[in-house]
Design a protein around this ligand. Structure first.
Ligand code: S3P
Length: 174
């Protein structure tokens, strides 16, 4: 695969570790780290739960697309995305054009465990997390599987994951 711009895009379901792994990977690769959810919050001047509550999910998705388009047009970086970003077809094809996607694939137990530690995710609020995550796995895993690289995250630390991803990228000539 020919190296394009060095934009490494981490994708995967809520709780798979995109942010924590992204920070470690950026450090290892000497690249800036950017979290698209944080950029959406900055652009909206509101936290994500407030965007969902006050403006609704469709407006969040529009903001997500705008912010992702801007970030993908910019310079080299490690980019952690929200779990739904790669599921939007327009964003996915932009990622394919501009960057290299890495799916952090996790099993249900890992996702339930990691998302249970916090309560800031609107899609998981007030419902049984395990049922919702299982539903999202069924819907989204076939789409995440289109990523350029897949790594399994169960039982691994963010630093171990970052080293593994760097190894995969090196073998692709990045
Ligand atoms: C979402 C995932 C969240 C955030 C929003 C929607 C999703 O990001 O973008 O709550 O659709 O899966 P994380 O994957 O970082 O939790």
């Amino acid at each position: 695969m020919a190296p394009k711009k060095k934009i490494i895009v981490l994708v995967g379901l809520m709780g798979c570790g995109k942010t924590r792994v992204g920070v470690e990977l950026a450090r290892l690769m000497n690249l800036p780290f950017v979290d698209s959810d944080k950029e959406i919050e900055r652009a909206a001047g509101m936290a994500i739960p407030d965007i969902f509550e006050r403006l609704g999910e469709p407006e969040f998705r529009r903001g997500e697309k705008k912010v992702m388009t801007r970030l993908l047009a910019g310079g080299d970086k490690v980019l952690a995305t929200g779990g739904g970003a790669f599921i939007q077809a327009d964003i996915r094809s932009e990622i394919k054009n501009k960057g290299l996607s890495v799916w952090l694939k996790a099993g249900l137990d890992t996702l339930v465990d990691r998302t249970s530690r916090t309560d800031h995710r609107p899609l998981l609020q007030g419902i049984d997390k395990e049922t919702k995550l299982k539903e999202l796995m069924d819907l989204r895993y076939p789409v995440y599987a289109e990523a350029d690289v897949t790594v399994l995250t169960d039982g691994q630390t963010p630093f171990e994951m970052a080293k593994q991803i760097r190894g995969e990228l090196e073998s692709l000539g990045w």
